[in-house]
Design a protein around this ligand. Sequence first.
Ligand code: B12
Ligand code: SF4
Ligand code: SF4
Length: 322
Amino acid sequence: MRRLIVLCAFRYSFVHSIFHQQGFNKVAVLSVAQATQLSQQASIPLQQWLNNGHHADMDWLSNSLPLRQNPALLMPNVQTVVVVALNYYQPLPSPTPVLRVARYAWGYDYHKVLKRKLKAALRQLQTQHPGLQGRPLVDSAPVMEKALAVGAGFGWQGKHSNIISPDYGSWLFFGVLLLDQPFTPDPITVTPDYCGRCTRCVTACPTQAIDPHTRSVNSHQCLAYWTIENTTEPTLPQSIAENQQGWVFGCDICQEVCPWNDKKQNETQEVSFLNTLDVFKNTPEALLNMNEATFSHTFQHSSAKRTGLAALQRNILSAANN
Ligand code: B12
Ligand code: SF4
Ligand code: SF4
């Protein structure tokens, strides 16, 4: 019995240590049963949000609901769901850039960065567990990343709907690695809700997108939706444009006003997130005059590439005119 406990404890810390070695700030190992339970609980408010049409034209969210409820459908014989978080905080550079771009997009595309790290962790696990198969996911498949992160004990869901950890604030990306072998799971942990009576994010949101009661965001009213996800409308709606406050890609207002992001933050140790990509250091004029070929080349490592040149130019023009 004693030997079994020692072995379990070793396995527990060994799996966690592999992910920490890749630079992840938080790691939790969940069984597929735990992950399914968390996903099914979260699918009830998600269904309500979809019924209200708060996903705007992001039909991929409604089309994938059955998969979101059941991580077991995403890979044959999945037994373990590893949830990870990576801090991306860095202070605003001085002088403040002309174009207002959300922090998450200052460096290399986080989807690629997290996936590369998850793949490296998988390769390391495979050296100890022959035959182990895994699937890394970073927004690339329908997974309830926020619900899993809450169940993993990483933090609580703030009124602005992002997950806040007491030590990193909300400047965290989440990713998931599905594994087809069982590993000793961590217990599901609940972080207390430290929002209290605060409503700073709700008041600061210039477009009243946040519903503090359901802790959700109506995408139709969110600058992040309009400037990142919506690529079809030739102009931004008037109610959005007149409240754009200079944001041309994403929006950090609700996170910047949050007291949990207000204190001295741990800066990211991930160099590829640092503001070295320079894509948004182009002047607005240069971006407005850029052609597709130059855009593809300049933005090849940026998460803004998916939004495309036309939508980015629309956002810049709209910000300049409002
Ligand atoms: C679609 C999407 C968006 C949409 C919709 C955002 C939204 N809040 O729903 C848009 C384009 C607007 C968006 C914007 C942003 N996004 Co986004 N987005 C996603 C995505 C792909 C799905 C989110 C989702 O399912 N939304 C549907 C709603 C209903 O789900 P939810 O907010 O989780 O809702 C839950 C709560 O409502 C909860 N609930 C219901 N009632 C109650 C009551 C209480 C008391 C509680 C506690 C909870 C609760 O249950 C619901 C189901 O889980 C996730 C990645 C993923 N796969 O999860 C990234 C993700 C949420 N986005 C992320 C980021 C970084 C952003 C931006 C900050 C980017 C930016 N700076 O511009 C903004 C933030 C805007 C905001 N305030 O939310 C990160 C958030 C990290 C974090 N710390 O939480 C994620 C997790 C991506 C990642 N892999 O790291 N995003
Ligand atoms: S990202 Fe901006 S527009 Fe969207 S909810 Fe937060 S403050 Fe409001
Ligand atoms: S600003 Fe206040 S209400 Fe909003 S998420 Fe942060 S602590 Fe919670």
